[in-house]
Ligand binder design. Structure first.
Ligand SMILES: C[S@@+](CC[C@H](N)C(=O)[O-])C[C@H]1O[C@@H](n2cnc3c(N)ncnc32)[C@H](O)[C@@H]1O
Length: 344
C-alpha cells in the first residue's frame, strides 16, 4: 500500500494546500517539456538562465521562477549559476532516452489536463469529458495525422513501461506466434521480438493504425517477423496465435464488453497456448494511488471504461475456459493476469 499523499507532519491547512497545488507542479513540468527545456539542456550542456532565454522562447517574466521551480521539483540541477538536467529528467524527458515519455506528456497536457478540469461533472454524470470518447469520435481522431501521432506516442510510452517486465514474466521460449489485440503501432511486440528472436507476431488494430505500425516495426528492425491485421475486435475475426495479448485494452470498455473480448480472445488461442491481459488493475482495497488516477482517466476519456480488479480479470479468464490462471506484477504500473488453454 502506498503512503497517503497527505502528510501528518505539517499543519493540516499547509498539507491540504500542497495537495491543492499539485496542478501547478504538473503544469510546470508540462510547460517546460513543451518549451523544450530538457531537450535543449541535453543538447547544449550546463546553461545559465540567459543562455536558455537566448535559445528558447522564454519571456523574462517567469523564466527564473520556471527554472527555480524545476530545480525544486527535482527535474533540473543548479550549480555555479548554470542549470543541467537531473538524472530523472535525463532518463525520461530527453527524446531518445531509455525511459522517454514525451508522448505521454504531450497527450496528458492536451487531452487529460483539460478533461480533469471537469472531474466533478464526470463524477456526477458518469459521462466522459474529453473529445474522442465514443468509438466514432475515436476513429475520427485517429484519422487526423497529428492527433493520431500524439495518441500513438502516448500508447508507446505506456507499453514501453510494460515490455521489459513482460519479456521476463512469461516463458516465451515455449511459444512461436503471438497476437497483440489492440496492439497499436506494434511497440510492445516489436520490443518483445527483439528480445526473443524466434518469436513471430501479428498486431490486430483498427485500419487507421496501419501506417504507424509499418513505420514503427521497420524502425525497430522487426518488420520481417511481424504483420498487421486491420479490423474491429468487436465484429471481425481475431488472428489465431499461441499467445494472445490484450494489453491496456479492456480498461477502455464496459464490464460486459471486457468479458466478451476476453472470451473472443480465448477463442483465438491455439490449444496449449496462453491468454495474457495487462492493465493498471486495482486491488480489493485502496492500495495504489497511481492506478486510481489511471482509472479516473478512463472515466474522463471513455464512455464506460475504468480499471478493474485482479479478481475480476481472473474470473473472466476462468469463465472463458483458462486453467492455471495467475496474477503477476509487471513493475509498479501494471498487473499481468495469464491463463492457459488445454492442449488437445
Ligand atoms: C489503450 S490502447 C492500447 C495499446 C497497447 N496495446 C498498449 O499496451 O499500450 C488501445 C488500442 O485498442 C485499439 N482499438 C480501439 N478500438 C478498437 C476496435 N474496435 N478494434 C480494434 N482495435 C481497437 C486502439 O486503436 C488502440 O491501439
Amino acid at each position: 500500500m502506498t503512503e497517503p499523499a497527505l502528510s501528518v507532519q505539517e499543519p493540516a491547512s499547509a498539507a491540504v494546500k500542497r495537495l491543492a497545488n499539485g496542478f501547478c507542479h504538473a503544469k510546470l513540468l508540462l510547460a517546460a517539456d513543451e518549451l523544450g527545456i530538457f531537450a535543449d539542456l541535453h543538447r547544449h550542456g550546463p546553461s545559465t538562465q540567459a543562455d536558455l532565454m537566448d535559445r528558447l522562447p522564454l519571456h523574462p517574466r517567469g523564466a527564473r521562477e520556471l527554472l527555480y521551480g524545476l530545480v525544486l521539483l527535482g527535474l533540473l540541477e543548479f550549480q555555479d549559476g548554470s542549470y543541467t538536467n537531473s538524472a530523472a529528467a535525463a532518463a525520461a524527458l530527453v527524446p531518445g532516452a531509455a525511459e522517454y515519455i514525451g508522448g505521454f506528456l504531450r497527450r496528458a497536457d492536451r487531452v487529460l489536463y483539460p478533461a480533469w478540469q471537469n472531474l466533478a461533472e464526470a463524477l456526477t454524470s458518469g459521462k466522459p469529458q474529453a473529445p474522442g470518447a465514443g468509438p466514432e469520435a475515436f476513429r475520427a481522431m485517429l484519422s487526423e495525422p497529428r492527433q493520431r501521432e500524439q495518441y500513438v506516442k502516448m500508447m508507446d510510452s505506456a507499453s514501453g513501461l510494460v515490455v521489459g517486465h513482460l519479456a521476463d514474466a512469461f516463458d516465451w521460449g515455449a511459444h512461436r506466434h503471438v497476437a497483440d489485440i489492440g496492439g497499436c503501432s506494434g511497440n510492445l511486440v516489436g520490443h518483445l521480438l527483439r528480445r526473443h528472436t524466434s518469436l513471430q507476431a501479428t498486431v490486430f488494430d483498427l485500419p487507421e493504425l496501419a501506417g504507424s505500425f509499418a513505420e514503427h516495426s521497420a524502425a525497430l528492425g522487426v518488420a520481417d517477423r511481424v504483420g498487421f491485421r486491420a479490423g474491429d475486435f468487436f465484429t471481425d475475426p481475431l488472428p489465431e496465435a499461441d499467445v494472445v495479448i490484450l494489453g491496456h485494452v479492456l480498461h477502455n470498455w464496459s464490464a460486459d464488453e471486457r468479458e466478451f473480448l476476453v472470451a473472443k480472445a480465448y477463442g483465438a488461442v491455439r490449444p496449449g497456448g496462453a491468454l495474457l491481459i495487462y492493465d493498471a488493475m486495482l486491488d480489493d482495497r485502496p492500495t495504489n494511488l497511481a492506478r486510481v488516477l489511471v482509472s479516473l482517466n478512463m472515466l474522463l476519456v471513455t464512455e464506460e471504461g475504468s480499471e478493474y480488479t485482479m479478481g475480476e480479470a481472473s474470473a473472466w479468464l476462468g469463465a472463458a475456459g483458462c486453467h492455471d490462471v495467475r496474477v503477476q506484477a509487471l513493475g509498479i504500473a501494471d498487473t499481468l493476469v495469464a491463463g492457459y488453454k488445454p492442449a488437445v
